[in-house]
Design a protein around this ligand. Sequence first.
Ligand code: MOS
Length: 673
Amino acid sequence: MIRIEGRDKVTGRATYAAEYPVKRLAYCYPVQAEIAHGRVAGIDTTTALAMPGVLTVLSCMEPPELSPEADPELALFQRREVAYRGQFVAAVVADSYDNARAAAGAVRVAYEPASHDVRLRADHPGLYKPEKVNPDLPTDTEKGQVAAGLAAAEVTVEATYTTPATHNNPMEPHATVALWSGAGDLTLFDASQGVTYARNIVAQALGLRPERVRVVSRHVGGGFGSKGTPRPNAVLAALAARAAGRPVKVALTRHQMYDVTGYRTPTIQRIRLGADAEGRITALEHEVAEQSSTLVEFAEQTASPTRIMYATPSLRTAHRLVRLDVATPSWMRAPGECPGMFALESAMDELAVAAGLDPVELRVRNDPDAEPASGLPFSSRNLVACLREGARRFGWQDRDPAPGARRDGRRLVGTGVASSTYPARRLPSQASASIENGGYVVRIAAADIGTGARTALTRIAATALDVDPDLVRIELGDSDLPHASLAGGSMGTASWGTAVTLACQDLLRDGKHGFADTTEILRTLPNLARHAFGAQFAEVRVDADTGEVRISRMLGVFAAGHIVDATLARSQFIGGMIMGIGMALMEQTVTDLEFGGFTNRDLAQYHVPVNADIERIDAVWLDEEDDELNPMGAKGIGEIGIVGTAAAVANAVYHATGRRIRDLPITPAKLLL
Ligand code: MOS
């Protein structure tokens, strides 16, 4: 289908959070901590308050009323302690954005700095074992004896892989417009991946009953996880509007987003792999060190994909976390799987080289019958079919395995492969369906974050009702609608689609109105390993003189259940793969060791792939029948495209040059060293 809101978006009629026309709107601009750790000694607002248009100043010197239950990242101005550089310590409200910004620059903050620690290292004495890892997975798993498996192995690989901090960079910056009614009800126009969840969290922070808060987010210009949880801008807008007695907008700059809207933790990952003479894995171990803030424990599930990928008698995964004077890391497209599979799939390539085996064949040979760590049967698993189909389409059979064997003028040419995977989960959601004015209206507090959710749900509803999609209208992005899970974890279509299908079936029974709540159904699902799989193939050309890497071809083959809509799915897969190319070659946020925070905080210095970086790229999928998923038979597709991409590129760079780069991104400097 063609995206339903596409015309509205390209003609500028689609309204994003910062764009809602609101009367008597005031503007709020934050003041950010200039130290990484310590305490605010005092704040002088005299000059700022005397500046044109200034209405009020909020700061930690006079903490605004918030609930003690507020998430520490959202508990604005409650304490004078500074947890990281860039944290909001004050904010100015004024009659215009420019006046607010100018006055924010005139707020004088005095600090009592303390020494800070912002550097993740594998031997950090503060590393500890968190209770669980995101979203709710065991921190460690252990099966068999890794030491024994390694001792019995014919070939072993032991290597450390590192990935840097990276940022989401959605096209639409985070923004919130807040309005309080006379009765004390709050409405937020917010850039959010889930309005029901955002409403609950903001209400909790403000100490309000959830019914008193409404969050509206009809169009969202990308999120990738950074808008999955309410950000300080949402609470700041609410506090500022309450203090100023009029509606307030907080529109973050790109610089501010780097500080307060989350990022992917850097990781240090050690893999130990052993295999017998035929390449059958005898031992696999994946240990991860990563960081969180002193405010909130966020532990990325980086080793989690290693629990499900390959058959092995001994398997150990472990996560360790250290709390640093940094902002809290959070979700970024395929948290866990994305950095974890860079390490595992690089190590598998190293094992293939060490064992003298084709890397596709090595993966095929180690495909498990059941999920390795849990022993659960798979609802469906078609990794081997993806690898085989990809190898066929990509022309893999002609590959000379010797590194550095192909040259095209100055450029060394190589190809690489990696597997990808992502869980197929669902969360409870509600939906309603009714007949109005001769058409069908389906209501659900889902989020369309640019994925095409509105369009996919229209198609799902039309299928359930057996009517033309033109007769169906979806209303989403408003917490007053039936409650829904967030657009995250590649769960949107599966979670909302189930509720929409059931609501439509209920409507067909009732004749006028239908409603569904999937909470109970999800409680009784059989315990199976449900995952999507894929295979990524990359061809790179590495300039032997400059070290520049160009990706001349990239192919992804995916098995993700039933694909609801081909046009939308292709965009998701290719978008994920392009983001993976960014991860492989350019994306990194550099921690400022001297002052805390990040040194590069905009798109001039944080590089993402643009059209000129992408040559031939394609994504295809295999038809996969899986009755153990949901009424659509669909697995999620929002994140799997990024998983494995960076490893495929790194493996291709090795094949082109003979250089194994285990530290992302693969910059020219690393290749020329
Ligand atoms: Mo995605 S990182 O679950 O929004």
